[in-house]
Design a protein around this ligand. Sequence first.
Ligand SMILES: NC(=O)c1ccc[n+]([C@@H]2O[C@H](COP(=O)([O-])OP(=O)(O)OC[C@H]3O[C@@H](n4cnc5c(N)ncnc54)[C@H](OP(=O)(O)O)[C@@H]3O)[C@@H](O)[C@H]2O)c1
Length: 264
Amino acid sequence: MNSVQNQGTALVTGASSGIGAVYAQRLAARGFDLLLVARDQERLEAAASQLRAAHGVQVEVLKADLTQKDDVLKLEQRLRSDSSISLLLNNAGVATDGLLANADMDELERLIQLNVITVTRLASAAAAGFTKAGRGTIINIASVVALFPERFNATYSASKAYVLSLTQSLDAELQGTGVQVQAVLPGVTRTEIMERSGIDASQIPADMIMEAGEMVDAALSGLDQGELITIPSLPNASEWEAFMAARHAMAPNLSRSTAATRYK
Ligand SMILES: NC(=O)c1ccc[n+]([C@@H]2O[C@H](COP(=O)([O-])OP(=O)(O)OC[C@H]3O[C@@H](n4cnc5c(N)ncnc54)[C@H](OP(=O)(O)O)[C@@H]3O)[C@@H](O)[C@H]2O)c1
């Protein structure tokens, strides 16, 4: 047990494995009580027992399939009404393999439901609850493929670009409310995601794969530093800043009354 001051409750989606399970440990160590959400109740209960014993925090387990609207609605309701919740980690996600032209559209719909629609609904509910409380943190797990969609399949990359964009807009909307927002863009991270989605990870060079613990510790350091966007792998932060500066430089010219001369 430790004596870290209680920080409120962190709601962690996808807490049964990989990145979400590591966040649960790290947040418990920081003194957060936890609400752990995923489909695999047994794994969540095992994690909960371990975290209670190691950190002396309260841990509740909630079995939910976040592709199912009823389950998502219950969580939204909880986020809107439970003032003890102070952090949302929007982490549950799936990947897929293959070309869009050959895709199983039902599988892609479930991916979009989980990676996009559920993330949006939970972020909205958290933004409402946290704004009312004048405090809170929303962390959305995106991916570096948001910045390099040509390197990965279309739907997963697009879903993560959506999460990045959602986070940037949400941050602008929440200025002055006391609510902190962060998007985390991991590169390849050693978890179950590849295996679960049938992706052959054996060809990925070892120096491109980060351990989940290192990724999450870097992401939490970025959060502590007040970063809106955290890219744990990127050695030189000025590359991201240059990318943002190029975007801002275009801004005054993106909507004008006349078409550019090259189109006339
Ligand atoms: N690993 C990487 O290389 C990488 C890179 C960039 C971004 N990410 C992102 O990181 C996040 C976490 O992924 P991970 O790598 O840690 O993968 P993971 O080990 O496969 O974990 C995914 C988590 O999401 C949960 N989940 C999946 N489908 C769900 C559903 N329908 N309802 C509720 N929970 C569901 C899983 O729990 P149950 O099966 O128990 O439901 C599990 O806890 C994802 O958003 C992923 O896109 C991963």
